[in-house]
Design a binder for this molecule. Structure first.
Ligand SMILES: O=C(O)C(=O)C[C@]1(C(=O)O)C=C[C@@H](O)C=C1
Length: 363
């Protein structure tokens, strides 16, 4: 930058110049992405355009280079949208998510793919899986675990019957608000709608502030917000997307009991994702029902010093094996030490399925 401009007109002139530069550079970047698409198509007519590992690398690099004054997450969000628009030039991406519109899962889908992706609400988790499997959409987004409420069993169970792979993860900070409509009598709230998980996450706050209000569980936070529109004595617990969608205002903000309440979502698709440099792998393993089975399963991870990030047990649905284990760990299945562990686990397990290796969530 040349001399620091001093007055308002000078600063605005400088902003106009910079905007011109930014515009030119973004257009040049978009033209590069178009050429990338041409090369991908020549190399493989069935080419996949979305490259999760490359996107993670781009965002991590931006965060590392950033020197402020915008914070690195904010900067990465801006680049997220630029990349989303570039990808849409290559191929418009369709993403199915656990709906209805206005849910946290939609928020997660947009956070991961950006606003240029076309997001489509599905009524249930297994429908998200089916849409991706059928090729009706490119990817799916499903919740898998919440920091206070634990695992989403439907998602784990869907993986047992599916050939879908995990291509990514996204973690969303969950902020719940108590929402009311313009017509709500704020001093007369006698009924509160929400999803059971959200009630559980806001239980202490509700006990303290609305001990006598009826708590009515519904299928989603967005549905709760929709119902409030028509009832003058009701409120909903839901997030920002639902508030915006149904034009509700916040009677109280961030009412979740745990300040770091977050939910992890998985991106499902049918591609294997190459290494990004900071990856995770998810597997599902059925062990023979015998003493020491869990120890036998975990021992190779310990010996090869691989960090487990999650271990869940689910009853097996085949009836042959009593339990299956869902394991997430750091590393990519193309790394030699991870490949070695997987080989050992394969020998010890009744069944092993690698659900995917994918970049650790950046944003
Ligand atoms: O590098 C690529 O393969 C691209 O297609 C370019 C680009 C980008 O805009 O940077 C766009 C979409 C992909 O998901 C990853 C990156």
């Amino acid at each position: 930058m040349t001399d620091t401009p001093k007055d308002l007109d000078e600063l605005r002139q400088r902003i106009d110049e910079l905007d011109g530069d930014i515009l030119r550079l973004i257009s040049e970047r978009a033209a590069c992405a178009q050429r990338v698409a041409e090369i991908k198509t020549v190399e493989d007519p069935q080419a996949v355009f979305y490259r999760p590992e490359r996107e993670a690398q781009v965002l991590r690099r931006i965060m590392a280079l950033n020197q402020g004054p915008l914070d690195s997450e904010e900067m990465a969000r801006l680049f997220r949208e630029i990349m989303s628009a570039c990808l849409a030039l290559e191929q418009p991406i369709k993403v199915a998510y656990l709906g209805p519109e206005g849910t946290f899962t939609q928020q997660a889908a947009l956070k991961h793919f950006g606003e240029s992706a076309l997001s489509m609400p599905m009524a249930a988790i297994d429908e998200v899986f089916r849409e991706v499997e059928a090729g009706a959409v490119n990817y799916g987004v499903v919740p898998v675990e919440n920091s206070t409420e634990g695992v989403v069993n439907h998602t784990l169970d869907s993986f047992m019957d599916s050939s879908m792979r995990i291509c990514g993860e996204v973690v969303l900070r969950i902020h719940h608000h108590l929402l009311v409509a313009e017509t709500t009598r704020r001093d007369k709230v006698s009924r509160i709608y929400s999803h059971p998980q959200s009630f559980a996450q806001c239980r202490k706050w509700l006990d303290a502030h609305f001990p006598h209000a009826e708590r009515v569980p519904v299928s989603s936070n967005a549905e709760a917000a929709r119902l409030v529109k028509t009832e003058w004595h009701s409120a909903a617990i839901a997030g920002d997307m639902a508030a915006k969608l149904y034009g509700l205002t916040r009677l109280a903000e961030k009412i979740e009991d745990s300040p770091d309440n977050s939910t992890r979502f998985l991106i499902i698709g049918n591609q294997d994702v190459p290494m990004s440099g900071e990856d995770k792998t998810s597997i599902v393993v059925a062990m023979r029902n015998q003493p020491g089975a869990l120890h036998d399963l975990l021992e190779p991870f310990h010996r090869h010093q691989i960090d487990l990030t999650r271990l869940e047990t689910r009853p097996s649905r085949s009836g042959v094996w009593n339990y299956v284990f869902f394991i997430d760990f750091k590393g990519h299945c193309e790394e030699p030490r991870v490949a070695a562990v997987l080989e050992e686990v394969q020998l010890r397990a009744a069944e092993l399925k690698v659900l995917g290796s994918y970049p650790v969530g950046v944003l």
